[in-house]
Design a protein around this ligand. Sequence first.
Ligand code: OMP
Length: 224
Amino acid sequence: MTTRVYVALDTPDLARAKTLATRVRHHVGGIKLGLEFFMANGRAGVREMAEVGLPVFLDLKFHDIPNTVAKAIQALRPLEPAILTVHATGGRAMLEDAKAAAPEGTKVVAVTMLTSLDAQDLSSIGLAPDPHEQVVRLTELARSAGIDGIVCSGEEVAAARRTWRDGFFVVPGVRPANGHVGDQKRVVTPRAALDAGASILVIGRPITQADDPDAAARAIEATL
Ligand SMILES: O=C(O)c1cc(=O)[nH]c(=O)n1[C@@H]1O[C@H](COP(=O)(O)O)[C@@H](O)[C@H]1O
């Protein structure tokens, strides 16, 4: 079985992204390219990364009015990414139009509450300081808007899955036991995230910043 880990290749350097992907390719199930990579390398860079032969998760976290998001996604259609992200807080119409604009085989998933935020951060933007409540509410919105799934931390994924049995659940903010947390606030281990109901895990720095990224990916795979 291929591993359910997508490695986040957060670098603007195409050559480095390619080298990393090639090194870890037998121990991950896909690659995630985000804003840092896309701003530097654009669609041509994504095409080049697709040559590595792994599914591509294009994480651009769209959040705008429905027309703008739909047109942006239409512009990405030729890339046929396996997965695309939008922010759930863009609202129902934006989610519906994002799904309608995406290629048929692309999963559209909505970020509920970034894993870099905690209860205090919710308060500071005027929301109830309860990550579970926020994630479950937005999971329900994503489900009813007809998209494919959501992004949340491993701390809420079990509650989110209870409200959407066959949803697709992406869990970033994943750290091996004793791993360096960095800017993430809601973190769990890879094993705990899968046990709680994650469909796939997104793991970046624990693999890409390791002295030996291949060994790091293999060690994570061995815990799953
Ligand atoms: O949508 C995401 O992938 C995402 C959502 C979220 O809530 N938190 C989060 O960390 N991510 C992404 O997941 C990756 C996590 O990277 P590491 O913290 O290095 O493992 C980054 O590429 C983030 O952009």
